[in-house]
Structure formats: C-alpha cells, structure tokens
Design a binder for this molecule. Sequence first.
Ligand code: GDP
Ligand code: MG
Length: 435
Amino acid sequence: LSSKLQSTFKSLSGQSKITDLNIAEAVREIRRALLDADVNYEVAREFTKKVKDQALEQDVLTSVSPGQLFTKIVYDELTQVLGGQKEEIRFASTPPSVILIAGLQGSGKTTFTGKLAKYLKSKGRNPVLAAADVYRPAAIEQLKTLAEQIKVPVYSIEEKNAVRTAKEALQFARSNAHDVLIIDTAGRLHVDEKMMAEVSEIKKAVQPNEILFVVDSMTGQDAVNTAREFDKTIDFDGVVLTKLDGDTRGGAALSIRNVVEKPIKFISMGEKMDSLTPFYPDRMAQRILGMGDVISLVEKAQQEYDEKEAKQLQQRITSDKFDLEDFQKQIHQIKKMGSLKDLAGMIPGVSQKLKDTEIEDNALDPIEAIISSMTPDERRNPQLLNASRKRRIAAGSGTSVRAVNDLLKQFAQMKKMMKTMTKMSKMGRAMQGLK
Ligand code: GDP
Ligand code: MG
C-alpha cells in the first residue's frame, strides 16, 4: 500500500482516541451546562468525572471531533441514568391500591394528586382522594376544588389527624368499591422531624403500594438533600418532577437520580388538571445539557453507517468471524459508492486533512488482487498465511510479500475500526429503544 493511502486509511479508521487533552474544552462545557441546569455541584463534578473516565481511550469516529463524541457519550449516559427502571405505578393485587404522595410544601403534591386521579380515571379506575394535609383548612379546600373539577370524591374528617384521615379513607375506599386511594399529605418548607414522623406513621398505618416523592424542578441544588431525607425515612418508589413548564432546565432530575436510585415516574408541566405528561429520559437529557445541535450532528454521523449491515457485521465481529472475505465485500461496497477522493471529501472534519492527499481511484486494486489470490480458507483464516503462502499470493497478484503483509496489517486496523463503529451503532440503538 502506498504510504499516502495508508495515512488516509489511518484517519478513516478512527485512530484518534479520546484523551484528557482533546476533550478538556468539552468537559468544561459539559460541567458548565450541568451547573447552568442547576444540577447539584457535587453531582455535576462526579458525573462528569465518571463519564470522562469511561470515555478515555475510546476510538473516535472520523466524522466527529473527540469533544463532540464525548458530548454524545455524556448525553447517552445521562439518558441511561435518567431512564433505567420501568416507570409504572405498582397496583395491589387486591384493591384498593394505596398511593401516598409526599414532598415539601409547595412542591406540587396537591396539584399532582388531582392530575394523577384524573389520569387513573381515564384508565378506567375509580379513585378516591384522602385529604391528609390537615393543618391548613385551605389545603383541604384546595383539594376539594380540584376534585370537583375532575369529579372524584375526597375523604376528609373534622379532626386534625392525618393518620386517622388516611386510615378511615382506606376503610371508605374499601366499602365504596374504590380501587385506588390517593393520599395527599402535608409538607413543610424544609425537611423537619415532625413532618417525617407523620408521613412515616401514615405509611405504617395504610401500607401504600406506591409512594411518590414530589419535587419542584426549580429547587435544583436543594433537591438532593430533600430527596435523600425523604428516601431515608419513607423509602419512596418513584419521583414526580413538577413545574417543568417553567424555564428550569431540570437538573434536579440528575441530582436526584444520582443520589437515590429511584425512577422518575411522572413530570408535571402546569397548574391545570390536564393529562399527565410522560417522562422521556432522552428529552430530559437534552434539556439538561441544552446541546441539541451537537447531539444531532453526532447522530447523523452514525446514521451514515448502514444499520442493517452494522448488525450483520457486529455479529461477525463479536464472534470474531470478520475475515478477509468480509473485507473484500467492504471494498466492493466502497467502490460502488464512487471515487475515493470524493468519498473522503464528504466526511466532515477529515476533508481538510485530506485536501492535500492524492488518492488514486485504483488504489484499492492491489488489495483486491491480493485477496483474490488467496484461497477461501486463507481468507477466512489469515493466520494460515505463512511465508510460503504469502510468496504464492504475492506472485499471483503481481505484488510483493511486503504488500501482502501491509494488507494484513491494514486488515487488523480495519477490524478495530469496525469494532468502534459497532460500539457506536449499539449506542445509537440503545437510545432508540428508550424512546
Ligand atoms: P403542595 O403544597 O405540595 O400541595 O403544592 P401545590 O399542589 O399546592 O402547588 C403549589 C403551587 O405550585 C400552586 O400554586 C400550584 O398551582 C403550582 N404548581 C403545581 N404544579 C405545577 C406545575 O407543574 N407547573 C406550574 N407552573 N405550577 C405548578
Ligand atoms: Mg398541598
């Protein structure tokens, strides 16, 4: 192989790796983006470091820069972290199912209680609400007003006793054939022992199937401590992130996921009782990073690589079956696509480097000739190629033993490139699956 072609292949085969240096700028940008999104400082630092350690040494696709690839890796990891477990409410095998709503004052518990009731009603359930925020008369009124709008009954008592309210509401649900009881509780402005004691007493008294922790997405920095405290006391099952209709970027989602391993089950985007918005991890990740452009760029770069072929190749590569026969097919494929120089010029990022490189369109011919001179066995098992076989192939293809050796070296690099690309397309597919 000519050295020019060799260097071309080198830049085409993703030789560049992610290093501390070539992503320093991107790391700074990501950390700034996370902090701007109100992600807890410690969480932002830890998360960035963790992803960086994972990304170091990864091969970079030619069509993107290391910084861009790193951003994509961060985005994928963030999507993964935010997604994770399944996001359904757990219902009791024998009704009524009890759902306990907990969180700080003003986080949106009462509003969400109404939304959830409406949502469950639309799914054919017959919910009843318990007004267990007993200290402020206005709180019970608020719940009753919402409930009237959505035509769902509220159970409340005169006595200011949250535990008793919850217990009696459960009795009420049983005797009136309600299959779901949603308990709206009181919150304080800050975590305090009395509130925690009360909510855990309610938990003990009614044994909820599902405890949802409601948190205001605008309380980015504090969200971590609040979530940790609530989780320690009541071991909640899922998170409801509210007020995402505001201009917050929702960093609280990452902060909470990083500290408690609980899924975000719902988000709330407004004060009205309209339907609950499903939670999309990928959208949340984009919102937090605020970097849609870079991500779509990297995604496009990946799409250039045909999905189906990638899958077949992936199978061959993972089972270590990618051989010279596949290589030969690849070359045909490349030739079909047009002139090598034009092809290289179409790839953003490397086109500049390749400007001065002359690539002959018949540059691949000797490679084809060499592979054609091999026996099918040799193509499948390059290890068979000892010195005498190499001499035979060199003679048959009108090349030299050195050219044969070079080709085998190129082939090894090609295999490595394929592995990188398979990794990339796997990442892409994992993301599709989460949508
Ligand atoms: P609670 O104290 O936890 O019960 O909180 P509330 O449900 O009473 O909500 C507190 C305030 O936030 C009220 O003014 C609600 O209308 C408002 N609110 C609740 N959820 C949302 C939301 O998703 N978006 C917006 N913009 N406001 C909300
Ligand atoms: Mg309330």
